[in-house]
Design a protein around this ligand. Structure first.
Ligand SMILES: Nc1nc2c(ncn2[C@@H]2O[C@H](COP(=O)(O)OP(=O)(O)OP(=O)(O)O)[C@@H](O)[C@H]2O)c(=O)[nH]1
Ligand SMILES: [Mg+2]
Length: 361
């Protein structure tokens, strides 16, 4: 077993670290060290039971994550021994950090250890990001990042003089690594499921002339011209407003409320309406971007529809007309071309990184 030396524990801080190599082995060991009363409180909160006395072992449930032995080495130190899966360790790490512990990265998990072939830490970090990135569009951008960060380091600009504009661009570019959520909302029969299937190139959702076919949300990862998104096909409702329309059956009401909650968390809403339909109302509290698309533009009724005037895009999932235009529109709304062309460095955040909120770059 190899492990990074823990930082000097002081009276007010708890330090946690993975002692075993990351992602290897049936059992992981997480060491926690710090002031006795804080350690006691953390162990008790985590397990919902009193912590073992110094020198004792106890079998404990670790919140809703896993169970295993808590070994109380002495008053200031304890070991947790959950199963060794990467996800379990990540979730426990998040719980410990949320409880106020400082997480120290284990030796062997740092980008330079994972990529000894890299020329420097900038290249090692870019290689880790490339392996985590979902979208093809991320790759050329990430490949160019070491050069940009090296240039910045050489210029001596170590002070954190990035602007809110930079941070906004980084968050949008992060969508190239971690797929953003796109929800499609519209009345029953608007063509939401047919569009999902056309974009996915396979049947991910059942489409039919029977209004109310989709009863639960269906989600699929779809590559939209280089940007991979989580495309979520929701059940249709006459009004997708903040409150369920009166007169719905209990199961329809539950489906509606679930759909509205899901839509409210989207990064982007595609509002879809057939030529004879109205736009769905925005879910309460929704603060993201929207695109209005009129569907079924192949139908004769489309020529006269008032939707033509207020739609951002016109599509037919049946003939394919306008679909690539809509795809580009969704991609460019989520990750604008100006962000992708920007020459400055990108401080990305990996979805499962222990450095999620602090970066060494
Ligand atoms: N002509 C034409 N028909 C379409 C198009 N898109 C969907 N349809 C038809 O419209 C009907 C409803 O399509 P769905 O994709 O099931 O609609 P939906 O919005 O998912 O409906 P719910 O799940 O009930 O909310 C089906 O008969 C589709 O074949 C289109 O672009 N053109
Ligand atoms: Mg449907």
């Amino acid at each position: 077993m190899t492990a990074a030396a823990p930082p000097e524990a002081n009276a007010s801080t708890l330090h946690a670290r993975l002692v075993t190599p990351p992602g290897v082995g049936a059992i992981a060991i997480i060491a926690i060290e710090g002031e006795t009363s804080r350690l006691d409180a953390l162990l008790e909160n985590l397990a919902g039971a009193p912590p073992p006395r110094p020198g004792a072992l106890a079998w404990r449930r670790f919140a809703d994550v896993d169970d295993g032995v808590v070994a109380r080495i002495d008053a200031r130190r304890a070991w947790l021994t959950p199963h060794g899966g990467r996800r379990i360790v990540e979730r426990l790490r998040d719980l410990l950090v949320a409880a106020g512990a400082t997480w120290t990265r284990a030796e062997g998990d740092a980008p330079v250890d994972r990529h000894p072939e890299a020329a420097d830490r900038f290249e090692a970090e870019a290689l880790v990001a490339i392996s985590a990135a979902a979208s093809p569009l991320a790759i050329p951008l990430l490949l160019d990042q070491p050069r940009r960060w090296r240039a910045r380091a050489a210029s001596g600009k170590d002070a954190p003089n990035f602007t809110d504009e930079d941070r906004g661009r980084w968050r949008r570019l992060d969508r190239l690594i971690d797929p953003p959520r796109v929800c499609v909302v519209g009345a029953p029969n608007a063509g939401k499921s047919t569009l999902a299937n056309a974009l996915a190139g396979r049947d991910v959702s059942i489409a039919s002339p029977i209004a109310g076919t989709t009863r639960d949300f269906v989600s699929a990862r779809i590559d939209l011209a280089g940007l991979v998104v989580e495309w979520i096909d929701l059940p249709g409702f006459p009004e997708c407003a903040d409150a369920a329309p009166a007169g719905l059956e209990a199961s329809d009401r539950a489906a509606f409320e679930h759909a509205a909650r899901t839509a409210a968390t989207a990064d982007l809403l595609v509002m879809l309406a057939a030529p004879d339909q109205a736009w769905a109302a925005l879910p309460e509290g929704f603060a993201g971007e929207t695109i209005r698309a009129m569907s079924k533009v192949d139908l004769p009724a489309a020529a006269q529809s008032p939707r033509r005037q207020d739609a951002d895009r016109l599509v037919s999932a049946v003939t394919g007309e306008g679909v690539s235009d809509l795809v580009a529109c969704v991609r460019d709304t989520l990750v604008p071309p100006g962000d992708r062309r920007h020459r400055g460095p990108w401080r990305w955040t990996l979805p499962s990184s222990p450095d999620r909120h602090r970066s060494t770059r």
